[in-house]
Design a protein around this ligand. Structure first.
Ligand code: URA
Length: 210
């Protein structure tokens, strides 16, 4: 498993993403769409989660049946836009634990600097899904996964709404073992580090801060 990119091309996902990209989509609609889309993404992301077989009692007899293996999944949100994914994903994975990673870019060195990091205990037995709507330059994604790997989780997946070839390259040069799940790989980055055509600033559009 190396440099995996999973394109989520389900018609519902693509349709909702198109609506989100439109500049005339309101904050209210954008938020509703990110909520719906994240639930659909969670479904695809968990498709190959390891399972175990347990014995249960139905009202009629004992049977062997399958459940997701191991401790509860961790949704690791890269602040702040990653939080936009949480409600929709938790609807599908209600028992998930939630971790937060706060990073800012040092204006002098342009390096990502961590200001907050909180994960649940027992990370060695957990599968982590890293949430960040835009995998753009890839720098914060790389820094977030660098830090997460120090907790030694069982597996890591990365999910975004939109990425671009530069972001994927930077990310997979640093973390070839972490699969990326995305509905779209756009053309590239503009001079401000925004994905084009993209959907603008995901955090501003989710939180209405523009
Ligand atoms: N962050 C965003 O919110 N949008 C981009 O296009 C790039 C980074």
């Amino acid at each position: 498993m190396s440099r995996e990119v999973h394109i989520i091309d389900h018609p519902l996902v693509q349709h909702k993403l198109t609506l989100m990209r439109r500049q005339d989509t309101s904050t209210k609609s954008f938020r509703e769409l990110v909520h719906e889309l994240s639930a659909l993404l969670a479904y695809e992301l968990t498709r190959d989660m390891p399972m175990q077989t347990i014995e249960i009692e139905t009202p009629l007899e004992t049977m062997s049946s399958r459940v997701i293996d191991g401790k509860k999944i961790v949704l690791a949100s890269i602040l702040r836009a990653g939080n936009g994914f949480l409600d929709g994903m938790l609807q599908i994975i209600p028992g998930a634990r939630v971790g937060h990673i706060g990073l800012y870019r040092d204006p002098a060195t342009l390096q990502a600097v961590e200001y907050y990091f909180k994960m649940p205990s027992g990370m060695e037995e957990r599968d982590v899904i890293v949430l960040d709507p835009m995998l753009a330059t890839g720098n914060s994604a790389v820094a977030a996964v660098d830090r997460l790997k120090q907790t030694n989780p069982r597996s890591i997946r990365f999910v975004c709404l939109v990425t671009c070839p530069q972001g994927l390259k930077t990310f997979h040069d640093a973390h070839p073992d972490v699969p990326v799940y995305t509905p779209a790989v756009d053309r590239g980055l503009n001079e401000h580090g925004y994905i084009v055509p993209g959907l603008g600033d995901a955090g501003d559009r989710i939180f209405g801060t523009k």
